[in-house]
Ligand binder design. Structure first.
Ligand SMILES: [Zn+2]
Length: 255
């Protein structure tokens, strides 16, 4: 039984309001820009929440951390404009810092209760081999916030209890939902490249080629059973779960 179908949850693309929580200022674009552009064009309200300030996002040390955080913030706004983001919320945790999941959860519960989105999107914290603490903490904080947004006992100072129906993880190794982003591919690349402090460098041709290869692989694996001749496209993959699947639900892995 498809629990999401049984619960009558809308397909990702039919959501009217989405909250996209990213650990760093560029993750939403890399993970899901094509899908978010499509949703935005369909009239969905796209709200970004950025957990950290991105100050550690350069190994080159060409800018001071504070200056880099400022630069990345401007890049985030410009990239968001390409995607169609309607609102930015910044939580300001230190990039790579020693903050706790619970602190992020508390802030996110307040956001989810205020905006009551149809779906919340973020990185998959259970991707095997994911080593970046900001990604693991953000994904887990989002999952807990989605679970507890409706619980009036927990986080009583963070607004009125509000049920959140579902969550979508990008950068996942266990996808169950695919979105054709072929027609938005150029815009997706442009939105990523807009994060110039991260991507405007000699590695960009190789990286953009790799992103295209990866998105095409996703497309082909999606189409291989239904239309194996159709292999010239790009797709993004997500693990979409009903909130009920976020607790004591072993089969969620296979849904
Ligand atoms: Zn990141």
């Amino acid at each position: 039984m498809d629990i999401r179908q049984a619960l009558g949850l809308p397909h990702l693309l039919d959501a009217k309001r989405i909250v996209c929580v990213q650990p760093h200022p560029d993750d939403n674009e890399v993970g899901a820009a094509g899908t978010l552009i499509e949703m935005s064009k369909r009239g969905c309200e796209v709200i970004y929440v950025t957990v950290t300030d991105g100050r550690a996002g350069s190994e080159m040390q060409t800018a001071e951390p504070q200056e880099l955080a400022h630069i990345r913030r401007q890049e985030m706004f410009r990239a968001g404009a390409i995607v169609g983001v309607t609102k930015h919320i910044e939580l300001g945790f230190p990039d790579g810092g020693d903050y706790r999941v619970h602190q992020v959860t508390e802030r996110l519960v307040a956001v989810l209760r205020q905006y009551a989105p149809d779906v919340v999107m973020t990185v998959d914290p259970w991707m095997p081999y994911e080593a970046h603490p900001d990604h693991i903490k953000t994904g887990k904080a989002v999952a807990a916030a989605v679970l507890f947004a409706s619980n009036g006992v927990l986080f009583p100072m963070s607004g009125a209890p509000t049920p959140i129906p579902q969550v979508a993880f990008y950068a996942t190794s266990y996808p169950n939902t695919y979105v054709d982003i072929t027609s938005h591919w150029d815009e997706k690349l442009e939105s990523i490249h807009t994060h110039a402090s991260q991507f405007d460098n000699p590695e960009w041709p190789m990286l953009s080629g790799y992103l295209a290869y990866q998105a095409n692989e996703v497309y082909r694996s999606w189409k291989k059973d239904t239309d194996p001749e159709d292999f010239a496209g790009y797709a993004e993959a997500f693990k979409v779960l009903a909130t009920k699947q976020l607790h004591f639900f072993p089969s969620a892995l296979y849904s």
